[in-house]
Design a binder for this molecule. Structure first.
Ligand code: NAP
Length: 283
């Protein structure tokens, strides 16, 4: 990579950033398009968020990605929010334009693109069952509701979180049937009625563990795991054995990044080059 006095800067803020793959695939995208751009990992300590964001702006960055633990905390430092970011209450991409910080959330659209392109699945009029009601679940459920999913069932071990998300969805998307379930209840009916099952919890990332029982998974389901490391989680391996179609979180990661790339540069992201770089990094 060539760095010049004119190099445009973007990056990612979070803590820790040990395992981030975004610099690798974003820089691969800049390189193949011959753009004089550079994407940097920017480790930000817990009590330094405000100073870090001010510094990024002062240094003339074009924008930045936001990851754990700042996706929600960063909101109060921004000037404008997209509709997705506002409804989700979380931001994963910031665009700095005319000295203003504009917060976007490309996670939901990233997931939707992965669903459509990699699993050939259109969520319109489909039934969805989501495990987890955290930041990622919020982003994808808002997008699926916008796409007019028929129903969305949310379950989270903190039931109040599931209820709060269901309320936001019901208030903003009256055509979508929104329900909540406690994860420890019998979910056989919910599984029977659903087309798409999504793991939006971190369970299965640190160690081989199932976020929920696969007892009711069958070949009628598409099982999507938002986890991308490992790509083949225990959930996906077991779901595959039950003949379900499966989708890893790597596609969502790629496409949320591709949307950020477009928002910053104005160019379509070279997705296949970025996919190859991401796959190499994940290996
Ligand atoms: P989060 O904010 O921590 O939310 C996860 C939620 O799931 C928490 O409320 C958690 O409750 C709940 N939960 C944990 N175990 C559960 C279970 N067995 N059943 C039901 N609910 C359960 O995390 P997040 O930021 O939304 O991220 C979730 C996952 O998505 C992570 O694995 C993350 O890496 C992945 N992700 C992937 C992408 C991508 O591009 N592929 C993007 C964003 C996130 P407690 O708080 O009580 O544990």
């Amino acid at each position: 990579m060539k760095i010049t006095g004119e190099t445009k800067l973007v990056g990612i803020i979070g803590y820790p950033l040990t395992y981030t793959c975004s610099p690798v695939f974003q820089n691969a995208g800049f390189e193949v398009l011959g753009l004089d751009w550079c994407y940097l990992p920017l480790v930000v300590r817990e009590n330094k968020l405000e100073e870090a964001v001010e510094g990024i702006k002062a240094l003339g960055f074009v924008g930045f990605n936001v990851t754990t633990p700042y996706k929600e905390k960063v909101l109060s430092l921004l000037d404008e929010l997209s509709q997705e970011a506002e409804l989700t209450g979380a931001v994963n991409t910031v665009l700095i334009r005319d000295d203003k910080l504009v917060g976007l959330n490309t996670d939901g659209q990233g997931f939707l693109t992965s669903l459509k392109k990699e699993a050939n699945f259109d969520p319109s009029f489909k039934n969805v069952l989501i495990f987890g009601a955290g930041g990622a679940a919020k982003a994808i459920s808002v997008t699926l509701a916008k796409e007019e999913a028929n129903s969305i069932v949310i379950t989270d071990c903190v039931f109040s979180k599931a209820e709060a998300l269901a309320k936001t969805l019901a208030n903003n998307f009256p055509k979508v049937e929104v329900k909540t379930e406690k994860p420890d209840t019998n979910l056989s009916k919910a599984f029977l009625e659903t087309d798409l099952v999504i793991n939006a919890t971190p369970v299965g990332m640190e160690k081989e563990q199932l976020p929920f029982s696969v007892e009711h998974i069958s070949k009628k389901h598409l099982v999507a795991d938002l986890i991308y490391q490992p790509q083949q989680t225990l959930l996906l391996k077991k779901a595959k054995k039950k003949k379900a179609q499966v989708l890893s979180g790597a596609g969502m990661l790629l496409y949320q990044g591709a949307l950020a790339f477009k928002a910053w540069t104005g160019f379509e992201a070279p997705v296949e080059i970025m996919r190859e770089a991401l796959q190499n990094a994940l290996r």
